[in-house]
Every structure is written in C-alpha cells, then in structure tokens.
Design a protein around this ligand. Structure first.
Ligand SMILES: *[C@@H]1O[C@H](CO)[C@@H](O)[C@H](O)[C@H]1NC(C)=O
Ligand SMILES: *[C@@H]1O[C@H](CO)[C@@H](O)[C@H](O)[C@H]1NC(C)=O
Ligand SMILES: *[C@@H]1O[C@H](CO)[C@@H](O)[C@H](O)[C@H]1NC(C)=O
Ligand SMILES: *[C@@H]1O[C@H](CO)[C@@H](O)[C@H](O)[C@H]1NC(C)=O
Ligand SMILES: *[C@@H]1O[C@H](CO)[C@@H](O)[C@H](O)[C@H]1NC(C)=O
Ligand SMILES: *[C@@H]1O[C@H](CO)[C@@H](O)[C@H](O)[C@H]1NC(C)=O
Ligand SMILES: [Zn+2]
Length: 509
C-alpha cells in the first residue's frame, strides 16, 4: 500500500480548492458578457473606435483616473470654485480642442464673455450709466442725456466718469460683477433657488440697455458666434427673446429688424468662417405671460416662421419654471399652429425643477404631448417613467446643461446629476451650456468637462464624446441635407482632432 506523500497531498488539496472556487461562484463568462452588454447600452456604446481613437481613449482614461485620485475633484465642487481647477486639467485642454458640433441650448444674451461687454461695449461713445438704489447699474446709449429713471441716479456719461476717476479698473470690475453670478462664496450668497434666480434676473436688467442698442445687438451676435467657434463649435441654436432694439435717438426697431439682423450677421459670419453653419433662432417669451399675451406671441412666431424660414427654428418659453405658468395653461395658444395647419416646431424647456408632483412638474409630459422637438433640461425626467419611454421612442432628446443645473441649485455634486442614469442607458441627449457668460464659462467645453468627468464617470469614454458630438447635429433643426453634410464635415474634423491629439500627446500627455 502506498501512502500519500506531502507534495501530492498539497496537489489534491489545490485541486479541491480549484473545483470549489469554480463551482460555487457565478460563471465568470456570463459576468463578462453582462458587463459588455451593459457597456453597449450607454451613450456611445454603439460606437466602434478605430485604432487611433483607441489609443487616444486609453490616454483619456489614464488622465481621468488620475483626476479622480487627486484630492480636489472639480465636478464635486461648485463651478465657481472648480473653474480654476478645470482650467488646469489636461482633459479640459483636450475637450477645448475637440470639435463639439452644435450648441443647441443657449440664450441670446448670455453667450458672450461679459468682459467683452465691459471692455468693448461700455467704452463706446454715447454710453451712459446710472447707479440704482439697490447697488446695481443700468446702461443706455443716447446722443443726448436721457431722462432719469426711477430708483436710479441721474445718467452719467461713462467717458466723462472714466476721465474723472482716471483709473477705471475698479469700476469696470464692479460692472463685470454685476453682469455675472460669480461670487467667492456661492453657498452663502445664494441660499435658495429663488434667491439665485432673482440675482439672475437682476444681471439681465444690467445687460439689457447694452445689448438692445441696435449696433451692439449685431456685434454681440457676431462675437457670440466667434467665441463659440473658437471653442470648436460649428453651429448654434439660440433661444432668443428678440426684444425691440433702439437707436441713438431713441427710435425703436421692430422684430423684423431683429430677425434681419440675425440673418445679416449669420451671413457675414459664415462668409468669414466658411466651415461654420452660423445660427438659427428659437423665438422665446417669458412663461410669466398671460393667455392673451401667449396667443399673440404664438401668432407672431407663426409669422416669423413664415417670413424667415431659413433662420427661424421654432418657439419656446423661458424664465424660472417653478414660478412661471405651466405649459398646460397655454394649451389654447399652443394648439393654434396645428389648427391653422402651420408648422411651428416647439423646443420646450421642461422639467427644470425638483418640485416633484407640482403643476410645473407636469410640463415634461405636456412638452411631449405638444410634439416638442427637444426637451430643455428634462432634469425631472427620471420621475416620469412613461414620459421617459415616450421621449426615447419618439427620439426626442433632452438638452443637459450641467453647470446651469448646479449654479441654479438643482444639484450640487455633479456626479449625482440625473443624466448619469440617462447616459448609462443611452437615452437620447445632448450637452449644452444654457447661459455660460452668467456662470463665468464660455462655449461648451466646461459643460463637456462636467459631463465627461463628472456624471460620465469612468465608464464614459471617447465613444461617448463622439456620440454626444454627433447627437448635437443630428438633433438640430437643420434641414436634412444640410445636417448630413454637417455631420460629414464634423467627422473629418474629428479624425483630425484624434490624430493631432495623439501627436501632441507624446510631449504633453
Ligand atoms: C469692439 O468690437 C468691435 C466689433 O466686434 C470691433 O470692431 C472693435 O474693434 C472693438 N473695439 C475694441 C476697443 O476692442
Ligand atoms: C455693481 O456695480 C455697482 C456700481 O459700481 C457696485 O456698487 C456694486 O457693488 C456692484 N454689484 C456687485 C454685485 O458687485
Ligand atoms: C488701477 O488700479 C488697479 C487696482 O485698483 C491697479 O491694479 C492698477 O495697477 C491701476 N492702474 C494704473 C494704470 O494705475
Ligand atoms: C394680460 O396681460 C396684459 C399685459 O400685461 C394685460 O393688458 C391684459 O389685461 C392681461 N389679460 C388678461 C386676460 O389678464
Ligand atoms: C417683415 O418682413 C417680411 C419678410 O422680410 C415682410 O414680408 C413683412 O412685410 C415685414 N413686416 C413688417 C411689419 O415690416
Ligand atoms: C402631435 O403629433 C401627432 C402625430 O403626428 C398629431 O396627431 C398631433 O395632433 C400633434 N399635436 C400637436 C399639438 O401638434
Ligand atoms: Zn435655458
């Protein structure tokens, strides 16, 4: 009889362990399969990366891992504090260079760096300022001293004021502060949504006298197109209030003038930058209007749509959703185009709220019922499973604006943005920036950073970015043929970006 030697005993024991470990756990191949299936569902999961893209992606993932491990993680912080950190991030550097397609959710007077307004616009001739009782300012252009306004000092010609005080740095900085929401301590300055929205509206009043001066109105649009173009954006859809503009003698121009100004500036810009597609207008009115006013706004939108089909994209309501009227209140006005057989596409802001179950919370469903082309924000989408299904089935994307949602206090840590779940399941969406200049941002790169590094987490990759970029043109209001051409042009830019980033990376990444 043979006795078992010690080495063979160990072998038997190891064999036993191997069997035990193999039989008691879930099948690792099945696990692998599930992981891959889940991966394929998320935004960009259907995109096959080529060899170069895979190389760049590997580098991006390494950078992201590194960013997650350093002490201060920008997406978890308020944007006002995160901004200088984001600017140091090599990922941000790449996102700035990345062709980002279109900006589909931005507003007419918050798309140019406010420094341009102060350093360029307020330095023009005939610019007057008055100082309000509540420590704010107002501006107006006029060829002679205008009549003073209630709750404001008498008008002072800025040029004379600057000559008197000699060094204007402090004054200019105070103007800049009035034009943005930026503050050192946002949590203390803006304890609630209502407070931050009030401040938002106050900044708007400061802007108004500058940007509605007819020559500035045109220059502002050109400068917006230029700044977005510099951020590698080839096209914009601008939610525009189209306020009446004024001339130096106080004369007012009508809406036709504003639309023609858009037409003319876009034409000039696309001639100067032939790879840009310029911009189109989504006419907006404040959601605080009553039924009668809404009715005339819709009628006017229908006329503009008919007279300016190349530049007019459709209609939307703006303003703080929680305090405005719900879409259902406007149902008669909103049904008018259909009744008259006129096509007026809608692009509703909806679900920019955390008031679950309130009247405004219903907006997101009503937006779909009124055949909205896209949903602005859709922050509350996860609370509405049926609407979510419909939006997916109808291919109605949501326009996610991360920094806006954070500054306007719907979410504080951007890793917890509801779009994280939507991206994981590949819900149709685009990234946009809403009112970048008021938040101290520009273009789309900052919002792309928050989306990609913040709620995208480690699972979003170069495929995600490519998908988001293509989405921005796919879901635009451009006519089909133009859209296909734009996507083709974008993909050429994309390949160039990938190659250049790889070449540049030997030194900088
Ligand atoms: C201000 O902007 C206008 C138009 O964009 C430009 O022509 C002009 O040179 C600028 N002026 C200054 C002082 O920057
Ligand atoms: C706005 O400008 C006025 C006048 O220069 C200044 O007194 C005030 O502090 C500014 N507001 C902010 C929020 O900085
Ligand atoms: C103007 O004032 C600012 C700060 O108040 C200072 O930094 C700057 O050097 C001054 N400029 C001149 C030309 O004196
Ligand atoms: C709607 O608002 C306008 C302008 O504020 C006002 O003149 C009108 O009376 C209002 N209509 C109704 C029905 O409340
Ligand atoms: C506005 O412009 C359109 C097209 O350019 C024109 O047909 C219409 O008569 C104009 N309306 C007014 C009030 O000027
Ligand atoms: C929305 O579209 C559907 C299907 O095309 C149509 O039946 C319905 O009347 C439209 N509703 C509105 C308000 O336009
Ligand atoms: Zn908006």
């Amino acid at each position: 009889m043979q006795t078992l030697t010690l080495p063979s005993l160990i072998q038997v024991w190891m064999l036993f362990l191997w069997f035990a470990s193999c039989n008691c756990g879930p099948d690792p191949r099945k696990r692998e399969d599930l992981i891959n299936q889940e991966k394929s569902r998320r935004t960009g999961g259907d995109i096959q990366l080529n060899k170069d893209e895979k190389l760049l992606d590997a580098k991006l993932q390494k950078l992201k891992q590194h960013e997650l491990e350093t002490g201060q993680f920008p997406p978890s912080m308020h944007f006002f504090k995160a901004k200088p950190l984001i600017e140091q991030s090599p990922i941000f550097g790449l996102l700035q260079k990345m062709p980002k397609g279109a900006a589909l959710h931005v507003h007419d007077f918050s798309i140019v760096d406010v420094e341009w307004l102060v350093k360029n616009v307020t330095y023009r001739e005939n610019c007057y300022v008055c100082f309000t009782d509540d420590q704010s300012v107002q501006f107006i252009f006029s060829w002679r001293p205008p009549a003073s306004r209630l709750h404001c000092s008498s008008w002072i010609l800025l040029r004379s004021l600057r000559e008197t005080i000699k060094n204007s740095t402090e004054l200019d900085n105070s103007f800049i502060r009035n034009l943005t929401l930026f503050t050192e301590d946002p949590d203390r300055a803006y304890p609630s949504q209502n407070v931050v929205w009030k401040r938002f509206e106050k900044a708007f009043v400061v802007l108004f006298g500058l940007v509605t001066y007819a020559p500035v109105f045109k220059d502002y649009l050109y400068e917006a197109l230029r700044q977005f173009y510099a951020d590698n954006i080839m096209y914009m859809e601008i939610r525009a209030l189209l306020p009446l503009t004024y001339e130096l003698d106080g004369r007012r121009n009508d809406r036709n003038w504003s639309m023609q100004a858009y037409q003319e500036v876009v034409k000039r810009f696309t001639a100067d930058y032939p790879d840009s597609l310029g911009a189109r207008v989504i006419f907006t009115v404040n959601r605080g209007v009553n039924e009668t006013e809404a009715m005339s706004a819709i009628k006017e939108a229908m006329i503009l749509q008919k007279n300016f089909p190349d530049i007019m994209a459709g209609f939307d309501f703006v303003g703080q959703e929680d305090r405005g009227r719900p879409l259902w209140y406007f149902k008669e006005a909103l049904s008018l185009p259909e009744e008259e057989g006129v096509k007026l596409p809608y692009f509703f802001h909806a679900g920019e709220t955390d008031l679950q179950g309130a009247d405004v919370d219903q907006n997101i469903m009503d937006a779909i019922l009124f055949n909205t082309t896209r949903i602005g924000h859709g922050f509350a989408l996860a609370h509405h499973p049926l609407v979510k299904e419909m939006s997916r089935k109808l291919d109605v994307p949501i326009e996610v604006c991360p920094i806006s949602n954070q500054v306007l206090k719907l979410v504080s840590d951007l890793r917890n943005h509801p779009a994280a779940a939507l991206m994981a399941e590949g819900h149709p969406l685009v990234i946009s920036s809403d009112d970048p200049s008021l938040f101290g941002a520009t273009g789309l790169s900052y919002d792309f950073y928050e989306a990609f590094v913040g709620f995208g987490g480690l699972s979003s990759d170069l495929g995600t970015l490519k998908k988001l970029t293509i989405n921005s043109l796919r879901y635009s209001s451009l006519p089909d043929q133009l859209k296909q051409k734009a996507i083709a042009a974008l993909l050429v830019k994309w390949d160039k970006f990938v190659l250049e980033s790889l070449l540049g990376s030997t030194t900088s990444l």
